[in-house]
Ligand binder design. Structure first.
Ligand code: GLC
Length: 412
C-alpha cells in the first residue's frame, strides 16, 4: 500500500506540478477538503465566514468526506490516483487545502503530495510543540499548520461513581476494578472505547500499553505490551468490555455511553460538547486517561497540485488563527493548537475543563512517525484485534508483531 502510494505520488509530482496563474499570482478559488464534520456544522461556519469576507476570486468550496480517519484517507488517496491519468483539467480536481490526520504528514510529504511551508509565515512558535512536531518531517521541513489538537480523555458516569464513593480512576487497575463492579451492578458495560479494526484501535492499543508502563515507541514483544493488550482482552473475556466494542469507532462508542449503556468511555474531547447536549448532561465527567494519551489532531496542508497556493495559505492562516480556534473550542469542543488560548482567563472561566485538556495535551505522546505509517498501523490493528477476539493467541500475535512492524517500517 505504502509503495503504491509513493508510486502514485511520484507520478503525480511529475504530471501535476502546478502552472502558476500569472494574472492572479497564486490567488483564486480553492477547494478545502476535511473529514466529516462531527461538530454540528462548526467547520462549515468557519468556511462561510471566510467566504463572506473574501473577494469573489478567493471563494472556498468546502468538501466534507466520510470519516473515520481511515475512510477519509482512502478518499484522498483515490483522488490522488484519479489525478495520475488526468489531462488538462487536472487542476480542477485538485483539493487545494486538505486537513491531514497528524500521523500522515511524513507519508504525504515523502510522496510529494504537499507543498512545503515556511515556518515564519505561520509563526509556528505560537503552537503546541507536539503538534508542530507532527507537522514536520525528520529533515526539519514544515508541511502543515496545526489546527485542531486532540488527546484521548476518559469520560465517566459521575453519578454512579460518586454513589459508590469512587473518583475518576488514576490507574488502569482502578479503572478495571470500578468497571468490573459498577458495570454489572448497573446492568451496563463497564468500559467502551474504539476497538474496531481501524486507526482508532492503534490509538487505544498504544494508550493501553502506555498505561502499563510501555515507553513512547512501543516494544510489542514486551511485558508492558502484553499487560496493556492483555487488560483489554481480559475485559472482553470477562464481559465488562462488551464484545460488540470490537466493532466500535468513535461514534459507536459515544452512542453507547450517551445512551446510558457504559460506565466509562475513552474518546476525544469533541465528545464532551455532544454529551453536554445529551440527556447525560450533569451526570458525566471528563478526566485524564490513566496513563499518557495519544496525541491526535488535524493539521492543514496545501496540495502540491494547487494552482492557487497564495489563497490556500491565506485561508490556512484564517482557519488556524485565534478567532477561528476560539470559536471551534467554544462551539464544538475542539482543543486549540494555539498555546495562548489555554492561558486566556475568560476562556478558562467559561470552560473549566480547559485545564484537563491542557494537562492531557502536555503529556500526550505522538504515534511514532514514519513514511510507512499506514502499513505499520495496519499490522498493529491486525495483531491487536486478533488478540482481543481470541486472548489465547495474544502471546503469539504480539511476538510476531515486532517483526511485522520492522518489515512494514522498511516499506516491504
Ligand atoms: C481522531 C484523532 C486522530 C486519530 C483518529 C483515530 O480523529 O484526531 O488523530 O487518528 O481519531 O480514529
Amino acid at each position: 500500500m505504502a509503495r503504491w502510494l509513493v508510486l502514485v505520488a511520484v507520478l503525480l509530482a511529475g504530471c501535476v506540478a502546478p502552472t502558476a496563474d500569472p494574472a492572479r499570482d497564486g490567488q483564486g478559488r480553492i477547494t478545502f477538503v476535511d473529514s466529516w464534520d462531527l461538530s454540528k456544522r462548526q467547520i462549515k461556519q468557519r468556511v462561510d465566514e471566510w467566504n463572506a469576507r473574501a473577494g469573489r476570486h478567493e471563494q472556498v468550496t468546502y468538501v466534507p468526506l466520510p470519516s473515520p480517519t481511515d475512510a477519509y484517507r482512502a478518499q484522498l488517496m483515490a483522488r490522488a490516483q484519479d489525478l495520475v491519468g488526468a489531462r488538462g483539467d487536472y487542476q480542477a480536481q485538485c483539493y487545494d487545502v486538505m486537513t491531514l490526520d497528524v500521523v500522515w504528514t511524513a507519508e504525504f510529504a515523502e510522496a510529494g503530495y504537499l507543498a512545503p511551508l515556511t515556518p515564519a509565515e505561520f509563526d509556528v512558535d505560537r503552537f503546541l510543540p507536539a503538534a508542530v512536531e507532527s507537522s514536520t518531517t525528520g529533515d526539519g521541513r514544515l508541511w502543515a499548520v496545526p489546527w485542531r489538537a486532540d488527546a484521548g480523555v476518559l469520560y465517566y458516569r459521575s453519578d454512579l461513581l460518586s454513589a459508590a464513593h469512587e473518583v475518576s480512576p488514576p490507574t488502569w487497575s482502578d479503572l478495571e476494578r470500578i468497571a468490573e463492579s459498577l458495570g454489572p451492578a448497573n446492568g451496563m458495560a463497564g468500559y467502551v472505547g474504539q476497538l474496531d479494526r481501524y486507526e482508532g484501535l492503534t490509538v487505544n492499543a498504544l494508550e493501553a500499553v502506555w498505561a502499563h508502563g510501555g515507553g513512547p515507541v512501543p516494544q510489542w514483544d514486551s511485558a508492558e505490551a502484553r499487560a496493556g493488550i492483555g487488560a483489554l482482552a481480559r475485559g472482553v473475556e470477562e464481559g465488562w468490555i462488551p464484545r460488540d466494542a470490537l466493532t466500535y469507532d468513535e461514534s459507536d462508542s459515544l452512542r453507547e455511553f450517551a445512551e446510558g449503556r457504559a460506565v466509562f468511555l475513552r474518546n476525544w474531547p469533541y465528545a464532551r460538547a455532544l454529551l453536554e447536549a445529551s440527556p447525560l448532561k450533569g451526570r458525566f465527567g471528563m478526566a485524564a486517561l490513566p496513563g499518557p494519551a495519544a496525541l491526535g489532531g488535524w493539521n492543514v496542508a496545501v496540495s502540491r497540485c494547487s494552482k492557487h497556493q497564495a489563497t490556500a495559505r491565506k485561508f490556512i492562516r484564517f482557519l488556524t488563527g485565534e478567532d477561528s480556534q476560539r470559536a471551534l473550542l467554544e462551539q464544538a469542543g475542539y482543543p486549540p493548537t494555539l498555546r495562548a488560548l489555554y492561558r486566556e482567563p475568560a476562556l478558562n472561566a467559561r470552560l473549566p475543563h480547559l485545564g484537563v485538556l491542557r494537562g492531557a495535551l502536555v503529556t500526550a505522546r505522538n504515534r511514532p512517525p514514519t513514511a510507512h505509517y499506514d502499513e505499520v498501523s495496519r499490522v498493529v490493528q491486525g495483531a491487536v484485534h486478533a488478540s482481543l477476539r481470541n486472548p489465547g493467541s495474544l502471546d503469539a500475535e504480539l511476538g510476531q508483531l515486532t517483526s511485522d512492524v520492522t518489515r512494514a517500517l522498511s516499506g516491504r
